[in-house]
Design a protein around this ligand. Structure first.
Ligand code: ADP
Ligand code: MG
Length: 672
């Protein structure tokens, strides 16, 4: 038979069950977690006891438990004593309530049925378990019950003491709980503060994280930048190395250059010394050169004088295509006194006198007419060859001697060809005017090196029927040629000038070329109104030359005159004179008059007459200053190669021979 368990035992068991719940919280429990479970567990623990105490075995159980009660009590006390200090300080009000409930159950003990007084418990025989009293032994049972009641009362007393202790413990626990509550509130406040701090910390952490992210981004960017900078640094290092190498090279070169420079400086110093001595030498040479130049001019002039201040050159033009070939021997060019090597100076014209031949009935022998000049140019002579002979004479104009060059001869004999040149722009056929000017410009430039400065002014007029017309006219006067007059440049001045004529400064060939072209155009315009006027007029190209040597205060001035004379042919008086012929006769007379005046002036000059008839013609008047004693003259007598022109050719040659016999006194340079 299983011993009955006492309800007190059950209570103690409950307490034992409860104790861990009370004891447990060395960890601070979250409010409400443990205390929710407590009452239920206590309920569950108490409930079966209640049921059991109401059962039929209640009496038996109590009896059984009596023998064990003191031991159990002692144990409970011990346990309480042991566990009491372990009661957690922070046991909340609910814990206290649970303990109170247990104690109440113990006190009230309604589940424990009261033993009948007098019901004696079956006695223990020899330590053996008392046997169950028979149902009829009511007295024994009562006796047992009384014994048990007594036991219970003792037990109750013990429990009351125990209860008192527990109450004390409970109070203590409550006080502790109260303290714990206060502590808990403090801690809760602290917790709240800590939580607030934690929240703040979280916020700070969030902002710090954002900042960290930002910094990380910045770091990334800076790392990229750093990489770029490193790359750049590498490149720069490379460049620096290259530059260093170049610098080294440059330094080497510089050293070499410095060495060369010091050598050069020494050289420069010696060169400077040399230059100084050279400059002194140069001054000396300049002086000498000037002396030589003066000497050259003097000798040049002497030579020109020896050649004669009036020279005559004869030029025979070639037979043109379509013209009859002259008979052999018609024109002969006997070699000079020194033999064939000498330049030709003689010309021989053979003329058959038909009338004489007719009278005798037999062909008359040809009459030879010999002429001698300073120079004779046969038909094959080129323009350059002709110019070579006059170049020195032209140069005299730069030295201050007036120079006059005439082209005399019948129309078509080659006067214009000689003075201006042939048709077209062939340099081979360039005439004396462009060649003379080019030569003057070139010599003037050379003399510039010796301190001379020259300026040139050109004019170009024609004299037709004793009227002067400007061939350089432009604009409305072009081709018409306004009335021009020859006047003195100023009161008391020896210099003559043509009014209404253009005087154009020239300094290069191109400008001269343009002037000749303009003159040619002006003549062409005039030709439409007056046929062949050019051959009936004199063309006078004048170049006024002014030279100055500022260093020595020297000045010189002279004019170069290049004159294309009108045709020298004479009108046959036996021919019948129609109205047009009369006009032509008048022109011819004017021409002949001016040409004969020219001859007369030359004769008078040669004969050193007191009166020189310059004013008898416009031509001589215009050329007055270039025909005097200080002037140098050259006359080209142009001859046609054709036999049919023999009469005119002989007339021209006779006129030229007369001029050639003239000797004009020693020329004086126009020095100021
Ligand atoms: P002028 O002026 O005396 O009337 P030109 O100079 O007009 O004579 O010449 C008449 C023609 O003869 C022109 O066709 C010219 O080209 C030509 N002529 C003149 N002289 C020469 C020469 N030395 N060589 C070639 N042709 C010439
Ligand atoms: Mg002509």
């Amino acid at each position: 038979m299983e011993p009955q368990r006492s309800p007190l035992l059950e209570v103690r068991g409950n307490i034992e069950l409860k104790r861990p719940l009370v004891k447990a919280p060395s960890r601070l429990p979250l409010p409400g977690t443990r205390f929710k479970r407590g009452p239920d567990q206590m309920e569950d623990a108490l409930e079966p006891e209640k049921k059991r105490t109401r059962g039929l075995d209640t009496v038996t159980k109590i009896a059984t438990s009596q023998s064990r009660a003191p031991a159990l009590t002692a144990r409970t006390q011990t346990q309480n004593q042991i566990t009491a200090p372990k009661v957690p300080k922070k046991t909340g009000p609910r814990c206290s309530t649970a303990i109170a409930t247990v104690l109440k159950n113990q006190k009230s003990g309604p589940a424990v049925p009261a033993q009948k007084p007098g019901a004696a418990a079956p006695p223990m025989v020899g330590g053996r378990k008392p046997t169950k009293r028979p149902a009829w032994d009511l007295k024994g049972q009562l006796c047992d019950l009384n014994a048990e009641l007594k036991c219970c009362r003792e037990r109750t007393q013990t429990l009351a003491q125990e209860n008192q202790q527990l109450q004390d413990q409970l109070r203590e626990a409550q006080q502790q709980a109260k303290a714990r509550g206060a502590e808990c509130r403090t801690l809760e406040g602290e917790l709240a503060r800590v939580q607030a701090q934690a929240e703040q910390g979280q916020q700070e952490l969030g902002s710090l994280r954002a900042r960290v992210l930002e910094l990380e981004e910045q770091q990334c960017t800076q790392e990229g930048l750093l990489r770029e900078l490193q790359k750049e640094q590498l490149e720069l290092q490379e460049e620096r190395r290259g530059l260093a190498a170049r610098l080294e090279e440059q330094e080497r070169r510089l050293q070499a250059s410095e060495a060369a420079l010091s050598g050069s400086q020494a050289e420069v110093a010696s060169l400077r010394q040399e230059a100084t001595s050279q400059a002194a030498l140069l001054v000396e040479q300049g002086e000498r050169l000037h002396g030589l130049e003066m000497e050259r001019r003097r000798l040049h002039n002497q030579l020109q004088e020896l050649k004669g201040n009036i020279r005559v050159f004869c030029r025979v033009r070639p037979v043109l295509p379509g013209e009859p070939t002259p008979p052999p021997g018609y024109l002969l060019f006997p070699s000079g006194p020194g033999g064939p090597a000498d330049l030709p100076t003689r010309l021989s014209v053979s003329r058959c006198d038909e009338r004489r031949g007719t009278l005798s009935g037999a062909p008359a022998p040809a009459t030879r007419h010999d002429f001698s000049f300073d120079r004779v140019f046969p038909p094959g002579s080129g323009q350059d060859e002709v110019f070579e002979e006059i170049a020195m004479l032209v140069q005299s104009a730069l030295d201050g001697y007036p120079v006059c060059i005439f082209a005399y001869g019948q129309t078509g004999s080659g006067k214009t060809f000689t003075m201006e040149g042939g048709p077209g722009r062939d340099p081979q056929v360039e005439g004396l005017i462009p060649r003379a000017l080019r030569h003057l410009f070139s010599v003037a430039q050379e003399l510039g090196g010796q301190g001379w400065t020259y300026s040139f002014v050109a004019s170009y007029v024609e004299i037709y029927n004793e009227t002067v017309r400007d061939l350089l006219a432009t604009g409305p006067r072009k081709g018409q040629g306004g009335e021009c007059e020859i006047r003195r440049a100023g009161p008391g001045s020896e210099e003559l000038t043509v009014t209404n004529a253009r005087y154009v400064p020239v300094s290069c060939e191109k400008e001269v070329e343009a002037l000749l072209h303009l003159a040619h155009q002006n003549r062409a315009v005039a030709r439409t109104s007056q046929n062949e006027r050019s051959s009936r007029s004199h063309s006078v190209f004048q170049l006024q030359i002014s030279g100055e040597h500022t260093g020595r205060g020297l000045q010189c001035g002279a004019s170069l005159n290049l004159v294309d004379l009108a045709g020298s042919e004479r009108l046959d008086p036996s021919l019948a004179l129609g109205p047009g012929e009369r006009e032509r006769l008048r022109e011819t007379q004017a021409i002949n008059s001016s040409l004969s005046t020219l001859g007369l002036v030359i004769m008078a000059l040669s004969n050193k007459e007191s009166h020189i008839p310059y004013r008898n013609s416009k031509l001589t008047y215009l050329l007055q200053n270039s025909l005097g004693g200080s002037a140098k003259m050259l006359m080209f007598v142009n001859i046609s190669p054709l036999e049919e022109n023999v009469s005119e050719s002989l007339n021209s040659l006779r006129f030229a021979s007369k001029v050639n016999q003239c000797v004009i006194g020693t020329a004086q340079a126009n020095r100021k």
